[in-house]
Design a protein around this ligand. Structure first.
Ligand SMILES: [Fe+2]
Length: 287
């Protein structure tokens, strides 16, 4: 089974969102949507999400699922906006509770912020499956970048979020709270145990030295042979050493504080203050 996959690249955050369609019908899922956010002004807009909506409507698709591979730290999710316009259930990995616990503390959220994942419609565990029309989707827990990262495998297509990037770019950082380079290595080995011709759709692309175009689709076979961090049977200790050294040089993503506050609520803004205005927090010296 080979689903139709359409990609939507957001140049502002280097994020790739996907619409994945059951090849035997009109059912689809949306993976890792983007709500545009201008940090300087604090304004959101829905240009990226509206592009996805117009694709879905033009092609007469039925949205069954709005999937997150993880709680993103570099863009806001448009899941609630898309759900309002198109329907579908919002799903994420069940370890979201760990992420909510960690960041519930960082942002000093009160008890009204539920840490049980109840903001989402479905929490997936490792080995769970669900359907998009006639097409079965299998869920793999692939922690490392975050503790709650999931890979969704639909027929010959795997949506790996921020585990593997394109072979010439490598892998995702593991230095956010709850991240682990050891876990990422083991998660990647599980992804690489899928058939070599499995199509891999990555969550971000930043180009790479010698490559002028953005790219987001590769294969398990290409990752095994050419991934600059993990290819050619790279061993765990060398990978972890490389990953940790590289992570130590990286600054925090520009949108990490807004993104986490919104995405840990399934893409919803915090409750408005007593004037009815929505505020995000900027914790000082916490990250
Ligand atoms: Fe991420």
């Amino acid at each position: 089974m080979s689903p139709h996959v359409n990609a939507f690249f957001d140049a502002a955050t280097n994020t790739v969102s996907y619409v994945v369609q059951d090849p035997q019908g009109s059912s689809c899922a949306i993976v890792d949507s983007v709500l545009d956010f201008d940090h300087a002004s604090g304004r959101t807009n829905t240009t990226s999400a509206d592009n996805v909506i117009s694709f879905v409507e033009t092609n007469g698709l039925q949205v069954q699922w709005i999937l997150e591979t993880h709680v993103h730290a570099d863009h806001l999710s448009a899941a609630p906006y898309l759900q309002d316009k198109l329907g579908g259930k919002i799903g994420i990995g069940d370890q979201i509770t760990e992420v909510q616990n960690t960041f519930g503390k960082v942002f000093n959220e009160g008890t009204e912020f539920q840490r049980d994942g109840s903001q989402f419609d479905r929490l997936f565990g490792d080995g769970d499956s669900f359907h998009i029309g006639q097409m079965r989707a299998d869920v793999m827990h692939t922690p490392g970048h975050t503790p709650a990262c999931m890979t969704y495998v639909l027929g010959d297509a795997a949506f790996v979020g921020d585990t593997l990037f394109m072979p010439d770019f490598g892998t995702a950082r593991c230095d956010f709270p709850g991240g682990s380079a050891h876990d990422l290595y083991r998660s990647i080995q599980r992804i690489l145990s899928l058939p070599d011709d499995t199509r891999i759709f990555v969550g971000h692309d930043y180009k790479a030295p010698g490559r002028e175009e953005f790219a987001w689709e590769t294969t398990v076979g290409a990752q095994k042979t050419r991934n600059v961090h993990i290819g050619q049977g790279q061993d765990e200790d060398s990978f972890v050493e490389m990953r940790q050294a590289r992570d130590a040089t990286l600054g925090m993503p520009k949108l990490i504080l807004p993104s986490l506050q919104v995405n840990m609520r399934a893409g919803n803004m915090p409750e408005p203050d007593q004037n009815g205005d929505v505020m995000l927090k900027l914790p000082i010296n916490k990250l």
